[in-house]
Design a binder for this molecule. Structure first.
Ligand code: ADP
Ligand code: MG
Length: 246
């Protein structure tokens, strides 16, 4: 089932053309990785889907409600000094019933706790977000996005500046979630591309879509690891740069 369909989308910021003639369909079982250079238009694309930016040119067809699109924005690690608990972060994204004068309604708290449980963070509900590791904090933000029972979860560079174990935990979580919802993740991380994503969209103003069905999986990233260049050349694209030596 098609959840979201984008046709001939073009987007400008002033005179800067951020996206040009983009076509993309997101289906309910998709695990799509969006890659591309900085400034390539990845975040812009997500924000248009989320209707955080107006549609200027082209079509955006959504077969789901806005509330069914969960979103984890870029740079959620900012403001970690804010004195708020993991549970409160989740509650902020999830106030269905009227907020009481003091505290939250029990059903909201129960729902937030169940989202925390879904991401393996229920034990940390009362911890201040500043006391969590980067990976744990990101899982709390994922819990917040899960609160509205989304049919699609979109994450913008969720593992940037998170340690390797934390990244792995998040990928495994996304794989689990993908059993019931679509995942769209902006990432530069090869391991998500090689081991988790089902398709890749390369966005550099225009969008090129690749199915990863036929690409070799479970490549170990050791000394003779594949880099993004090699992955993309396997896909017929070679314009990404590689930031390590062979
Ligand atoms: P990415 O997420 O791939 O790094 P972005 O979607 O953030 O790329 O940006 C795409 C292009 O649009 C870049 O040239 C960027 O400078 C420009 N851009 C992004 N946001 C704004 C904005 N709010 N105002 C003006 N230009 C912007
Ligand atoms: Mg971005």
């Amino acid at each position: 089932m098609n959840l979201i369909q984008i046709e001939n989308l073009t987007h400008y910021y002033g005179n800067t053309k951020a996206l040009e003639n983009v076509n993309l369909t997101i289906k309910n079982s998709d695990f799509l990785a969006i890659i591309g250079p900085n400034g390539g238009g990845k975040s812009t694309l997500l924000k248009i889907i989320l209707e955080l930016l107006p549609l200027q040119k082209g079509k955006l067809i959504k077969n789901i409600k806005n509330s069914e699109v969960g979103y984890v924005p870029q740079n959620t690690n900012l403001n970690t000094d804010f004195p708020i608990t993991a549970l409160e972060v989740v509650l902020m994204g999830h106030i269905k019933t009227k907020r009481k004068l003091f505290g939250y309604a029990k059903e909201d708290i129960d729902c937030a706790l169940s989202s925390l449980k879904q991401v393996g963070m229920e034990k940390f509900a009362d911890k201040k977000i500043g006391d969590l590791s980067g990976g744990q904090r990101q899982r709390v933000f994922i819990a917040r996005a899960l609160c509205s029972n989304p049919k699609i979860l979109m994450l913008d560079e969720p593992t940037a500046s998170i340690d390797v174990q934390g990244q792995q935990d998040i990928y495994e979580l996304l794989r689990e979630l993908n059993k019931s919802i679509a995942i769209v993740v902006v990432s530069h991380d090869l391991s998500i591309l090689l081991n988790y994503a089902k398709d890749v969209a390369h966005v550099n103003r225009s969008l090129v879509y690749h199915s990863l069905k036929d690409v070799q999986r479970n490549v170990t990233l050791g000394d003779d690891h594949l880099c993004e260049v090699e992955l993309l050349s396997a896909l017929g694209k070679t314009q990404m740069c590689c930031n390590h030596k062979h």
